[in-house]
Ligand binder design. Structure first.
Ligand code: NCD
Length: 315
């Protein structure tokens, strides 16, 4: 039983496949938190389930899709998206913030720039905690929605050739997705870094023959891929702004770039995008990034439902 959803490394193949299969049950409007008996008034049974969203870093999709998911399940949300408006501004510690919120909610979603904050939060409370991003480390619900989107579009999570291009070092979406796909058979990974300093690191989990590192996206490589996963340069984590401006011009996916791709190919992006995918790509059937964003709410419904009604994830 997984009480907290903190890192993809807490998943094994069985849990991952069972979870992705379960998400399908949340596509429609039916699954809801158990509701109160009519007429029982303000009793324990009639207490709405409450989600606390604590966002110490900016977010659009992650926070709003968690909140939308909670409301669609019949629950309610509290929280902050700007820590300047919370007592953190007065110097309150994470420990005291979590200990306080524990009394107000049934589940906590937290995003923080310091790696390990979600795990720390989980160790301080008996409530389920979901990591919505901790620095460059983990963004587990993003990995799960990426997997769900691949399954939905390509009908499999194995035997894939997946290319990743962009900021592979400071971004937190690529390493975890590669880890998840490494749990499934015959997936091959192609890491394309537009600058050597942005090449992926900490991928000891991949077996030596299962990946390649490149410094550009050649038409030959592109023609082999089932998925191209594009990410933005992480300006806010980037040490030198001049370097940022130099590298940002080096990769941009346009309709023309995608001409060599094969049938069934999809292009993904966790969003937000800057200039790395031209808007003209949006109209191609291969553009899967808004499907990802929409699937985020469905995947998060499945997470919240399991965590709040079963006190954890287990199949
Ligand atoms: C990602 C993140 O926050 O890591 N955004 C998201 O949650 N969809 C990607 C990014 O910010 O580049």
């Amino acid at each position: 039983m997984l009480k907290d959803i903190l890192s993809i490394k807490d998943f094994d193949r069985n849990l991952l496949e069972s979870f992705i299969a379960d998400v399908k049950n949340f596509e429609g409007p039916k699954v809801k938190f158990p509701t109160a008996h009519p007429g029982c008034g303000f009793t324990e049974a009639n207490k709405p389930k409450i989600l606390a969203t604590l966002f110490f870093e900016p977010s659009t999709r992650t926070r709003l899709s968690f909140e939308s998911a909670m409301i669609r399940l019949g629950g309610q949300c509290i929280g902050f998206s700007d820590p300047q408006n919370s007592s953190v501004q007065k110097g309150e510690s994470i420990r005291d913030t979590i200990k306080t919120i524990e009394g107000y909610a049934d589940c906590i979603v937290i995003r923080h720039h310091v790696e390990g904050t979600a795990r720390l939060a989980a160790s301080l409370t008996s409530l389920p905690v979901i990591n919505a991003g901790d620095g460059s480390n983990s963004h587990i619900s993003q990995h799960l929605l990426d997997l769900y989107t691949i399954q939905q579009k390509l009908d499999r999570l194995d035997n894939l050739k997946i290319g990743y291009i962009g900021d592979l070092k400071y971004g937190r979406t690529v390493r975890g997705l590669a880890y998840a796909l490494s749990l499934l058979p015959n997936n091959r990974h192609y890491f394309v870094a537009p600058d050597p300093g942005l090449q992926i690191d900490e991928i000891g989990f991949l077996t030596p023959g299962s990946y390649e590192e490149h410094n550009d996206l050649s038409p030959e490589l592109l023609s082999e891929l089932d998925v191209l996963y594009v990410t933005r340069l992480q300006k806010e984590r980037y040490p030198d702004p001049q370097e940022y401006n130099r590298i940002i011009r080096r990769y941009r996916i346009t309709k023309e770039t995608l001409l060599p791709t094969k049938k069934g190919f999809i292009v993904m992006h966790p969003l937000p995008r800057n200039t790395e995918i031209a808007e003209e790509v949006d109209e191609l059937p291969s553009a899967a990034y808004f499907a990802q964003a929409h699937n985020g709410a469905i995947v998060r419904k499945c997470l919240l439902y399991n965590l709040i009604t079963n006190q954890g994830l287990s199949y």
